[in-house]
Ligand binder design. Structure first.
Ligand code: NAD
Length: 262
């Protein structure tokens, strides 16, 4: 049974990549969706309108800079003000920075931890209080294979993603007796702007074509040698919101082409 129909879903970082696919899928399943993220305002408005038109549900855009805790809390408060409540929270916004620890810029460490981890605490804090009023809710934290295993040169990202898996478990336990669940999704490589930057950097550093760099990057970690698709991740998120998904809480669900099976 589809339980997102007529529910209110906030998806952070949904102007691009995985978040956009989840926002679109949830709207098509009948949810009232609040989008968020950075980008060109005219393009965001076009995307918002297109999703609303296609899905025939209400789709909003609320700007917030999730590197700031106050903005993250305000985003959920505004969602509740606009839509009357929040039923589903998808903490998806994220950034990456790649450098060995001694060279890792302090400011990038702070930004990755703030956006990829602390923002999920701030949004969950406000959302859980509202979900508890009705005893139903779903929180889905988009973690990563890097929430379960590490790679060199990604200290802040790996720390933040391991942290969000921990936050997921605590939120799940605190609400286990109600119909509020909290789960993490741990994707492997997904072809989005976040990964494109890493592929382009690798192509330049190793004087290879972008195609060769893509094959090398995916093949190194992901036995399937294929990207995970944003649409498949959106289907998993939708399942976690279903009635059957109600029995799943505190889990870190891998969709990683075999990455963490090794
Ligand atoms: P993306 O760059 O396509 O999307 C990131 C989104 O976050 C964008 O909408 C962007 O505007 C938003 N964002 C960034 N900083 C923000 C801020 N300060 N405030 C508000 N919004 C902000 O990247 P993606 O690959 O779709 O990543 C989405 C999530 O999936 C991230 O948490 C990422 O860590 C995770 N993830 C991605 C991959 C991958 O291979 N692409 C793998 C595992 C996990």
């Amino acid at each position: 049974m589809n339980t997102v129909e007529n529910k209110v879903a906030l998806v952070t970082g949904s102007t691009s990549g995985i978040g956009l696919a989840i926002a679109r899928r949830f709207a098509l399943a009948g949810a009232e969706v609040v989008m968020n993220g950075f980008g060109n305002p005219a393009e965001i408005e076009q995307t918002r309108e297109a999703i609303a038109e296609q899905s025939k549900t209400r789709v909003h855009f609320v700007p917030a800079d999730l590197s700031k805790g106050s903005d993250a809390q305000m985003l959920v408060k505004q969602t509740i003000a606009i839509c009357g409540r929040i039923d589903v929270l998808v903490n998806n916004a994220g950034i990456q920075h790649v450098a060995p620890v001694p060279e890792f810029p302090d400011e990038r460490w702070d930004a990755v931890i703030a956006i990829n981890l602390s923002s999920a605490f701030h949004t969950s804090k406000i959302a859980l209080a509202d979900m508890q009023l009705r005893g139903w809710g779903r929180i889905i934290n988009i973690a990563s294979a890097h929430g379960l295993v590490a790679s060199a040169n990604k200290s802040a990202y790996v720390a933040a993603k391991h942290g969000i898996v921990g936050l997921t478990k605590v939120s799940a336990l605190e609400n286990a007796r109600s119909n509020i669940t909290c789960n993490a999704i741990c994707p492997g490589w997904v072809d989005t702007p976040l990964v494109r930057k890493q592929i382009e950097a690798r192509a330049v550093a190793q004087s290879m074509t972008v195609d060769a760099a893509t094959k090398q990057l995916v093949g190194e970690k992901q036995p399937s040698e294929r990207f995970v698709s944003p649409e498949h991740l959106a289907e998993l998120a939708l399942f976690l919101c279903s009635e059957a998904g109600g029995s799943v809480t505190g889990s870190a669900y891998s969709m990683d082409g075999g990455w963490t099976a090794q």
